[in-house]
Design a protein around this ligand. Structure first.
Ligand SMILES: *Cc1c(COP(=O)(O)O)cnc(C)c1O
Length: 392
């Protein structure tokens, strides 16, 4: 990797920079024991150790390791024992997995408009709202609504973030979900975690994620007389081992992001047509989020950064009211389930038909920070960024 390339842009997704054979003790152990199924290990499984470790690190009461965050969202929703067709309020700006998790649980997503920070605006929730998914996008901690019985915090992009009161994102609502997909804070390629403070909810989740069973590790599963059906979301020891290795680097990674964010905040171009969206102390500084005065300037900045080899992205892809999964109301079920349970209902809440949100998204540009770079390299990368943005 040439220095120029390294300085220009982050060269691997965050956690992937910390994958290293010399650090793969748990994976070696799993291979040496030749057991990759968590309920067949001698002694405590790596998956259980991971869950304990996460509980300790995040201050979470109960943790369940899963294949991915989408499953975690589904499991969180189903564990609330909804009726089919119940509404789940979700942000109008987020990854489509959130809507998919709602629909595949037999529930109906209602898209709620976002505030200036692009997080769900709790003031728009109607009285009596029962279920909300709040997504902490790009590490920006969103406000949680008061008085809603089931608030699920989607922390797929916010592992390690904290609320102003110090609690970790994911531990303040009914449940929190995390992703270890390739592009998230930490990565095992695919992987997920579900956390909850409610012991009864955790027991339900654990049961559903293992065929509805009350399995004792080391044994064939058993089913109580009042068992309900389930699915198989049980993680693999191989994946849990890599997640465990990744967790060892979380603090170092967060510190690297903080450091480059601070360097950038002191060295950005002074233009009246460009602002940087503020980040709170507890946010994970995954990116710099810029807002331009016009879409034309934003597009020019995208072109300039891309030509210079500086990684960047825009957020229009997250506008769910225009996503085909939502607009088409299609389903693989012949009767259109679960959309068929909400015929003709308006499933969006916005003050202005998302006009302001569309405008904000059109003018927003994100540039990732690079925690793996040394301080000197980060300084040089910020300099490149500054020069490029000044010339737009
Ligand atoms: C990535 C992502 C998900 C889905 O996570 P997977 O682990 O890929 O299933 C859900 N919500 C948000 C906000 C995401 O960014």
């Amino acid at each position: 990797m040439s220095l120029d390339k390294r300085l220009g842009q982050r060269f691997l997704p965050y956690g992937a920079n910390y994958l290293d054979w010399s650090d793969m003790h748990e994976l070696r152990e799993a291979i040496e024991h030749a057991v990759l199924f968590r309920y067949q290990t001698e002694g405590e499984s790596i998956a259980s150790r991971l869950e304990r470790r996460v509980a300790q690190r995040l201050g979470a009461r109960h943790v369940l390791a899963l294949h991915n965050c989408t499953e975690a969202l589904r499991l969180a929703l189903i564990s609330t024992r909804p009726r089919t067709g119940d509404l789940v309020h979700i942000p109008a700006v987020t990854f489509v997995a959130v809507a998919g998790a709602v629909l595949s649980s037999g529930l109906i997503p209602v898209l709620v408009d976002v505030d200036d920070s692009l997080s769900l605006d709790p003031a728009l929730l109607p009285p009596g709202t029962e279920r909300v998914i709040v997504a902490h996008m790009e590490g920006t901690v969103a406000r949680l609504p008061d008085g809603v019985p089931y608030v699920v915090e989607d922390c797929a992009q916010a592992l390690g973030a904290r609320f102003p009161d110090g609690r970790h994102a994911g531990t303040a609502g009914y449940a929190g979900t995390f992703s270890f997909h390739h592009n998230k804070v930490l990565t095992s390629g695919e992987g997920g975690l579900l956390v909850t403070g409610d012991p009864a909810a955790w027991a339900t989740m654990r049961c559903y994620h293992d065929h509805g069973s009350a399995r004792v590790p080391g044994c064939y599963p058993t089913w109580n007389a009042d068992a309900h059906y389930g699915e198989n979301f049980v993680t693999s020891e191989g994946v849990a081992a890599i997640q465990f290795q990744q967790f060892r680097h979380l603090d170092e990674l967060l510190a690297g992001l903080e450091r480059q964010h601070a360097i950038a905040m002191d060295n950005l171009p002074d233009r009246t047509d460009l602002t940087v969206l503020p980040r709170a102390a507890g946010d994970v500084k995954i990116s710099l989020r810029f807002r331009w005065e016009s879409r034309e300037l934003r597009d020019a900045a995208v072109a300039a950064l891309t030509a210079r080899g500086v990684a960047n992205w825009t957020l229009g892809k997250y506008l769910l009211p225009e996503h085909p999964v939502i607009t088409g109301r299609r389903s693989l079920y012949a009767d259109g389930f679960p959309w068929s349970l909400a015929p003709g209902r308006p499933l969006t809440i916005s003050r202005d038909g998302f006009a302001r949100t569309r405008d904000l998204l059109d003018r927003t540009l994100c540039v990732p920070l690079s925690p793996e770079l040394s301080e000197q390299e980060q300084i040089l990368a910020v300099k490149t960024l500054r020069q490029t943005l000044e010339a737009v």
